[in-house]
Write a protein that binds this ligand. Structure first.
Ligand SMILES: Cc1cc2nc3c(=O)[nH]c(=O)nc-3n(C[C@H](O)[C@H](O)[C@H](O)COP(=O)(O)OP(=O)(O)OC[C@H]3O[C@@H](n4cnc5c(N)ncnc54)[C@H](O)[C@@H]3O)c2cc1C
Length: 444
């Protein structure tokens, strides 16, 4: 089966974007508007999912403090509104000579085939398929750990955890050791924010009372980090403040502790200790999806990322671009440091390609993408802190109200990039109202 050109654009230049996440969806939206009245260019977005959820919100989805359905963006409706074509499918291969992108068969929940394997022709391809957790070869991770790689996985974790709490409550008596405990491996921003959000959720659950357990007393939260400190890249005083705050919430923070093995019942560390926990979340680092490795002869690195020039063009094919977490883009002229896998990098690269691709189609020389680190913000139980960086500011440390507003602003800026200022304001008002009228925890 083949996905063909849109009627009326039979001889158009086909720009295909694989992956509609932080970077890919913003790029498709911008290019859709850019070529709206130009029949010589057709923009198509391919994604394995039918809806987009901004990945930095997934720890809130996992804790149940955010209902995924409230904040998802429907690709089909978005494509219609922003003048591009959406194709539902999971990229699993590439034919560079024939300029075709292969899509795997799509399966129903029961395993039956919903759609057969297909392929899409392209003239220019942008690969923006993001990243997945890197288990670093630790035994038991794939079998026993949850991850926050997608909204579905975050939602699956939430459902299992809350159902376990409800079951324990209905059964009565003390929960078994580790039965309701959560061990989070990785003390970066994802692990720290997930732990704090789960603490918020267990207090909320305890307030509901109805589930029959004391969720605060009966659930134990542990964060395990291999490095000697949490939050690599943040200044020491902020790291100390974060640790203090987590410990004040009753979260067990273990640093300089390396995981040797994960089992169904818990985590064994290199120093021989066993930490019982039925629920394990792996948030210890990311790598690009494995199918990119050596994809039809393209250059990839040890983390399966596609190696690109500063123009974001693949080193071995000028028709193919990559952005975001799945791209290894040099940060300095000697190629010794690389752009980090962060939402702000994906966002900047999407804005860069939205300007550069029209020039590329006209045959002009491509500019170089330069990563601008805007700093890092971490939110622990509604008190955010971190660093902001900018040409005028240099690097400043922020805390309190301003940090909290800056943290929330990141998501609002993403919504504005997708929906425009007016709709983003309306979404803000809707969220404001619905957060005050709905239960603060998603239980079903
Ligand atoms: C819980 C959490 C919190 C985070 N917090 C922050 C933060 O505070 N600040 C920050 O800068 N970064 C943060 N990050 C990292 C940030 O989310 C990523 O760096 C960013 O989303 C990368 O954007 P991307 O466009 O490369 O990929 P993604 O946003 O991951 O999007 C990838 C898209 O590709 C699709 N896809 C995947 N495989 C295929 C395929 N084979 N075929 C078709 N489609 C495919 C997916 O469905 C998805 O829509 C966080 C990440 C997590 C998990």
């Amino acid at each position: 089966m083949d996905v063909q050109r849109t009627p009326g654009r039979e001889s158009a230049h086909r720009i295909v974007i694989a992956g509609g996440g932080s970077g890919g969806l913003k790029l498709a939206t911008r290019l859709g508007h850019r070529f709206r009245r130009d029949p010589s260019v057709q923009v198509t977005l391919v994604d394995a999912s039918l809806t987009h959820v901004w990945k930095p919100l997934l720890h809130e989805v996992a804790a149940g403090t955010l209902d995924v359905h409230d904040d998802e963006c429907d690709y089909l409706a978005h494509a219609h509104r922003h003048h591009f074509t959406f194709v539902w499918g999971r990229m699993d291969g590439l034919d560079r000579a024939g300029r075709r992108l292969h899509l795997a068969p799509l399966q129903e929940a029961d395993g039956s085939e919903a759609l057969p394997a297909r392929s899409i022709g392209y003239d220019t391809l942008v690969i923006a398929v993001g990243s997945v957790s890197n288990d670093f070869g630790v035994p038991g991770v794939a079998a026993h750990c949850f991850s926050l790689d997608s909204a579905d996985e975050a939602e699956t974790f939430r459902r299992h955890l809350f159902e376990a709490c409800l079951r324990a409550g209905q059964r009565g008596g003390e929960p078994a050791p580790g039965e309701l405990d959560v061990a989070i491996v990785g003390g970066g921003a994802t692990g720290v924010e997930l732990a704090a959000e789960l603490d918020k959720a267990r207090h909320e659950l305890a307030d509901y009372g109805a589930c029959g357990i004391d969720a605060v007393r009966d659930t134990r939260l542990v964060v395990i980090e291999r490095a000697p400190r949490l939050l690599p890249g943040l200044p020491d005083d902020l790291v100390d403040a974060t640790r203090d705050q987590l410990e004040r919430l009753g979260i067990d923070v273990r640093t300089a502790e390396e995981v040797a093995e994960v089992t169904a019942d818990g985590i064994r560390t290199r120093n021989g200790e066993f930490i019982p926990a039925r629920f394990k979340v792996w948030a210890a680092g990311v790598q690009a999806p494995g199918f990119l490795d050596g994809l039809d002869g393209l250059e990839t690195n040890a983390r399966h990322q596609l190696v690109v020039h500063p123009s974001l063009q693949a080193t071995r094919d000028a028709r193919i671009f990559a952005l975001g977490d799945c791209a290894a883009c040099p940060r300095d002229a000697r190629g010794e440091t690389w752009v980090p896998p962060r939402a702000q990098a994906a966002d900047q690269q999407a804005a860069f390609l939205a300007r550069a691709l029209p020039r590329y189609l006209r045959g002009a020389t491509l500019p170089r993408y330069v990563y601008r680190d805007r700093g890092s913000l971490v939110n622990v139980n509604d008190s955010a802190f971190g660093t902001l960086m900018g040409a005028l500011l240099g690097s400043v440390t922020i805390e309190g109200w301003f940090a909290r507003v800056s943290y929330r602003w990141l998501y609002r800026a993403h919504q504005r990039a997708l929906h425009g200022t007016l709709r983003a304001c309306m979404l803000f008002i809707t969220d404001f109202v619905s957060r005050r009228t709905r239960p603060r925890l998603k239980l079903h």
